[in-house]
Design a binder for this molecule. Sequence first.
Ligand SMILES: NC(=O)C1=CN([C@@H]2O[C@H](COP(=O)(O)OP(=O)(O)OC[C@H]3O[C@@H](n4cnc5c(N)ncnc54)[C@H](O)[C@@H]3O)[C@@H](O)[C@H]2O)C=CC1
Ligand SMILES: O=C(CO)COP(=O)(O)O
Length: 334
Amino acid sequence: MTGTAQRRAGPPAIGVLGAGAFGTALAMTLAAAGQPVVLWGRDAARMAGMAATRQNAAHLPGIRFPDTLTVSAAIPEAIRPGAPLLLAVPTQALRGFVAEHRAALQGHMLVLCCKGIELGTGLLPSQVVAAELPGARVAVLSGPSFAADLAIGKPTALTLATLDPAGPEVQDRLSTPALRIYLGADPLGAQLGGALKNVIAIAAGVVMGAGLGESARAALVTRGFAELLRLAMARGARQDTLFGLSGFGDLMLTCFSATSRNYSLGLALGAGLPPATGVTVEGAATARAVAAATPGQDLPVLHMVAALLRGDVAPAEAMGQLMSRPQKREGWQD
Ligand SMILES: NC(=O)C1=CN([C@@H]2O[C@H](COP(=O)(O)OP(=O)(O)OC[C@H]3O[C@@H](n4cnc5c(N)ncnc54)[C@H](O)[C@@H]3O)[C@@H](O)[C@H]2O)C=CC1
Ligand SMILES: O=C(CO)COP(=O)(O)O
């Protein structure tokens, strides 16, 4: 093929697998920059509805899809040789998704967009993928990015963390005027930061829902971040990753905005109100997974969220328990 013909043919369409809020928003962002994108979802009727109305009415109502976005319920249509695949299904559904589509995913660069820890195994998304698809090529895309912001073209910056030599190429394909992508080489740290910040956001919501005030929230988020650092560094994460977009950056967004579903769950818990149903709240399962994997470790905020979700402690008691712990020196290492 000549250079001109190659340019005319254009790059193969990026596949976004999972047509919930985030998958749709990512697909829209990339397509808005002129990239060919295929957004795949498992529910054929829903995908046909999206194709007809050119919007995702369930998650991002009223925001029209860019013209270069194609909607499909057929995996072969969404997977083009040489193009990255963005996996945007929730963490607890990832294993089943990969197992179901193992043959189709084989050999492709899989960009993992979920933020959580698998319940029952304590594994991170990349470890779940490695277990189901040995030798898979993976990258992690994480950082501060509400779907509602991305879908309307608001800008943000994300970390793309990978050890794969194709990292710079993928960084290039995912970069748009509204999406600044920083390349990182610590997928473990990016995943731990993204998973644990959701648990801390639930705690932040509890504080605000219980009416304990903004000073208490700032204090709790800071001490929660100390736990995030302690736990993630012990598991091999790099400090600069945790201080970056996928750690500190996303922690700030999620702990201080009612747009966050994790923070909103905490708000409801703290106020004694019923939580929203049918909503993906990754921090709930992640809190339970962390508590199961770290008994006896000094992680008071993370463990308190698990206890609150189990109903073992009431929100008012929880803060009292955190405040009455033995006095100690400030620092994140102990
Ligand atoms: N919504 C947001 O603002 C952001 C979400 N994320 C992360 O993205 C991930 C997905 O979240 P959302 O899109 O918000 O959730 P969502 O609940 O809006 O959508 C999840 C989608 O996954 C599909 N799904 C579930 N199991 C499946 C399976 N086995 N096979 C195929 N599809 C399946 C569902 O049908 C649904 O369309 C989460 O890990 C979340 O933490 C990350 C950044 C921002
Ligand atoms: O991860 C997110 C923003 O970066 C989305 O947070 P929630 O899942 O709490 O809505």
